[in-house]
Design a protein around this ligand. Structure first.
Ligand SMILES: CC(C)(COP(=O)(O)OP(=O)(O)OC[C@H]1O[C@@H](n2cnc3c(N)ncnc32)[C@H](O)[C@@H]1OP(=O)(O)O)[C@@H](O)C(=O)NCCC(=O)NCCS
Length: 185
């Protein structure tokens, strides 16, 4: 899939939004959004702000995985700025190649406007088509209510909870495992 490929253009609450695959030029926007979520102590994967080098490496790898057919990703762009991203990576173990892992973030000032819902649904539908995923899995912090609500609304079910399985600023909190079975057979 070519980088920057447009999946769809939508309008939400008066905002024109392009949902497309990421480009390396998105790196500064994505880094700024992610680091702002860290500063706001949101439930993202790390507590350490990312350097430009780390962000560049992470995005290059993601784009390479997309080109190699191992991942799909969708960014939401508004007026030339990327405000959110969802990515789904196929598991590399051959016996688990029907499973893919999901991640998402939306810039705080754009949260609660259905952008997360659109990103998730577009990414899952691409994963079904391109990666031939049958099961999408994710992990989420127990107290992350907005994310858990979004996932349940979009078909994910809790399949396990590791009590005190995450560290959040020195406290142990629950680590919740969710799965979305895309096919019934
Ligand atoms: C979680 C996240 C991706 C959601 O994105 P978003 O664009 O705000 O999502 P949406 O606007 O599509 O809203 C999703 C649902 O959550 C609901 N919601 C919002 N805040 C909520 C809260 N505090 N408690 C419960 N539900 C909440 C919304 O009402 C909406 O439900 P509805 O459609 O039934 O009304 C975004 O908040 C985010 O990036 N958070 C920080 C990073 C993060 O937590 N990533 C996930 C890690 S697992």
């Amino acid at each position: 899939m070519e980088s920057g490929k447009v999946f769809k253009k939508i309008s939400l609450g008066g905002m024109d939004i392009t949902l497309r695959s990421p480009k390396i030029e998105d790196v500064d926007n994505l880094m700024a959004n992610f680091n702002a979520l860290i500063r706001a102590r949101k439930y993202v994967s790390t507590e350490k702000e990312q350097t430009r080098d780390e962000s560049y490496k992470w995005l290059s790898k993601c784009i390479q995985d997309i080109e190699d057919g191992k991942a799909v990703a969708v960014v939401a762009e508004i007026s030339g700025k990327v405000v959110g991203m969802a990515d789904i990576h196929k598991r590399s173990a051959p016996r688990m190649s029907h499973i893919s892992d999901f991640g998402i973030s939306v810039a705080e000032e754009f949260s609660g406007k259905s952008i997360g819902t659109e990103l998730l649904q577009t990414a899952v539908s691409e994963a079904e088509k391109v990666l031939k995923s049958r099961i999408i899995m994710l992990t989420v912090a127990g107290p992350n209510k907005p994310a858990r609500h979004l996932y349940e609304k979009c078909g994910f079910k809790t399949v396990g909870v590791v009590k005190k399985g995450r560290i959040y600023y020195g406290e142990y909190i629950d680590h919740v495992l969710m799965a979305n079975y895309l096919r019934k057979d």
